[in-house]
Write a protein that binds this ligand. Structure first.
Ligand code: ISE
Length: 337
């Protein structure tokens, strides 16, 4: 008997379509049985080469029409809450792309719903935790081989963004990854955020200030500066320099082959997060499937989704005021300790 997970993917945009292909062609232990998108043509295009998968316009139709027992959510963040609550009521494993929900109050509702269920059912799609470089850095920090971690200098650069990418989205959609990975690397909560707006690029869409400088502090006082630059033109780059008592560590600067050819030396720059984090997404989704088949849930949790939502809210406030804003969290429930 086929014991594979029977997965529905909701949202067939860039990330959703990528997950459909990944689940179909590279992940063991899962079958794509449904793809859901209000744009039915887009849903149909995503399942073109997947026999047995069906396209639906709504999740309700997919639950009624296909034998779904796991859900991947890859719609825009404002649509996550309903999809999460529905899937939790069905007690199925969920992989939810970041952000968990767009604000702390709605994220807390998901924390409460999962607690009522009494077990973890959600993994949040913070893929950086599955990236080789970040994993090695995490191991170094925990080993204390280079002494205490003191500071992190982060660069987060996208070539460009659509005109609909608001000023707030630099925090909610992009820096949310740094909020999560800082918490993951340090094992601490973030206590304060400040945002500085300096000289902006002329390439930013109307109403968006880019780049921004985000200053973050953790419980023990580790200071982090993030350059978020979403119209950097040249390509996609996510890199970190970690400053320890006894050394400096760089990750993510340049990867791949270093080529010398007529009149040139160097390597290739990744065009987007799909290529930069392709391997990390594979590991992320495989570990979600493996855990789900064992009846478990691992990786970034609903609590991580809630805590980063609180950081984002503080970040948006800081963006407006220019002041340092404290991050305040509810008490962490037992389920996530
Ligand atoms: C996008 O949604 C992502 O999640 C990428 O990882 C991030 O680099 C980008 O800035 C976001 O817009």
């Amino acid at each position: 008997m086929n014991q594979n997970l029977r997965v529905a993917i909701i949202g067939a945009g860039k990330m959703g379509a990528d997950h459909v292909q990944r689940l179909h062609s590279r992940i063991r232990g899962a079958d794509v049985v449904a793809v859901i998108d209000v744009d039915l043509d887009r849903a149909n295009a995503a399942i073109e080469d997947i026999p047995g998968a069906k396209a639906y316009a709504t999740a309700a139709e997919a639950y009624a029409g296909s034998d779904v027992n796991a859900l991947v959510i890859a719609t825009p963040g404002f649509l996550h809450e309903d999809a999460l609550l529905e899937a939790l009521s069905r007690d199925i494993p969920i992989l939810c792309e970041k952000p968990l929900t767009p604000d702390a109050a709605s994220a807390w509702k998901i924390v409460e719903a999962e607690q009522r269920l009494g077990r973890k059912r959600i993994q949040v799609g913070f893929m950086r935790r599955f990236d080789d470089g970040y994993r090695q850095l995490g191991d170094l920090i925990r080993s204390r081989e280079l002494g205490e971690l003191l500071m992190l200098h982060c660069h987060h650069r996208n070539p460009d963004v659509p005109a609909s990418f608001t000023n707030e989205m630099l925090i909610n959609d992009s820096v949310v990854h740094e909020f999560d990975i800082i918490r993951f690397l340090t094992g601490e909560e973030i206590t304060g955020v400040q945002v500085r707006l300096g000289k902006g690029t002329s390439k930013a869409p109307e109403g968006q200030h880019d780049p921004q400088h985000v200053l973050i502090e953790t419980e023990s006082g580790v200071l982090v500066d993030v350059e978020i630059f979403v119209n950097a033109q040249f390509g996609y780059q996510v890199s970190t320099q970690a400053v320890f008592e006894d050394g400096i560590v760089d990750i993510g600067v340049d990867g791949g082959a270093y080529i010398r050819r007529s009149g040139q030396w160097g390597g290739k720059i990744t065009p987007s997060f799909i290529e930069r984090f392709g391997a990390a997404y594979d590991v992320e989704v495989q570990s979600w499937v493996d855990a789900a088949l064992r009846g478990e849930m691992q990786g970034p949790s609903t609590w991580d989704g809630y805590a980063t939502a609180c950081c984002c809210e503080a970040g948006i406030e800081a963006q407006k005021s220019g002041d340092k804003v404290n991050v305040l969290l509810n008490e962490k429930p037992e389920l996530y300790k």
